[in-house]
Design a protein around this ligand. Sequence first.
Ligand code: GTR
Length: 428
Amino acid sequence: MITLTRCLFCLFLLISITQCNQPPEEFVPNYDESKVPLYRLPDPLTFENGKSVASSSDWYGKRRTEMLELFEKEVYGRIPEFDFSQVYILNESDSSALDGIAIRKQITIKIIINDQNLDINVLIFQPKSEIPVPVFLGYNFDGNQTVQADTNIFITTSWVENDSELGINDHHANEKTRGIASSRWPVKMIIEHGFALATVYYGDIDPDYDDGFKNGIHGLIHPDGATPGVDEWGSIAAWAWGLSRVMDYLESDPAINAQKVTVIGHSRLGKTALWAGAIDERFAVVISNNSGCGGAAISRRQFGETVERINSSFPHWFCDNFNHYNKKEKKLPVDQHMLIALLAPRPVYVASATEDLWADPRGEFLAALAADTVYQFLGLPGLPVKTMPDADHPVIEGYIGYHIRTGKHDITAWDWEQYLKFVDFHLN
Ligand code: GTR
């Protein structure tokens, strides 16, 4: 008997060891619409206790708060309460920028927490105007100097990703990076439409790698190796917090109309723009460009990038609770249409690209469509179409704008043209 037990135990050990040595299962994204599982979206107009939202005060006063808390607890993580002060330092300003059509300003927002500092470096281009101007606020991926080939822009000193082609091998940006993202920032066009542009390198707030939350704003708030709790902020929430600090600054700048701040972001920064707009209602308009999983796309579709995949590739983006929904999207008490609905009654624009299947363009459209019920409920024209428009046919007349552009995962001058029209239509 003992021998038999021992044999069984050895067999069990052998199987376990063999399993441990298996390479991790390769992730094969689903790009086949017919393989999207059947799912039912949670209804933004039904409370968690099953009761219906009956009035707009029910929505604004109760259900919206309930949904916001669910997103905080299960997806992005709650921002802990902490004391800080901030000062604004104007480092540079020049009224002959962009061939004389704009004023360039470079400001440091110095956040002071327990005698430690976090510097958020803001680059602003603004039209020459007698009256305060509306502004687009968006993070850039690689440093303010990448937005324009303008030698006066300070090169970021924050941690950046290494890039052998650009000769970056010690996480410090260099001269070669000037203007490399200028196709994503058609600054002249923005200025000519009467808008200012404010941009910040997102790495100023939290460097985008999984370091156990030791650096950036997390490091200042959770010192001595402590990490955020399972329902506390990951990097997306930290970046969203940073956008609110820039908003604080914009409110203090007499050249800016702080009632007309549009927060915009591409990809992971589109996810961030959506969450920033949800938690900070000072943002008048929100634009999500190709934000995909954890952004505008419906998680339950499991098309392209999935919850499990994003949590394993980027464990620092969301709160730890989000891991509970790996391969269990149906258990999520929310889905991303509810994130869009949290922006009501403000205008929001969702944009996809035909070749960006990883971000699930149809899932992004369906989320915008499902958010429409909340806008309609509040008496606002939400999304003016019921079926996905053809490529390059923007829908901008409602409170929810949408387009799918021909091409790849990117933000282009054509995307910006639509955003300028949309924001002009709603804010001016
Ligand atoms: C991808 C990620 C996407 C998206 C993108 C980006 O690797 O899977 O969710 O955020 O990065 O931000 O460029």
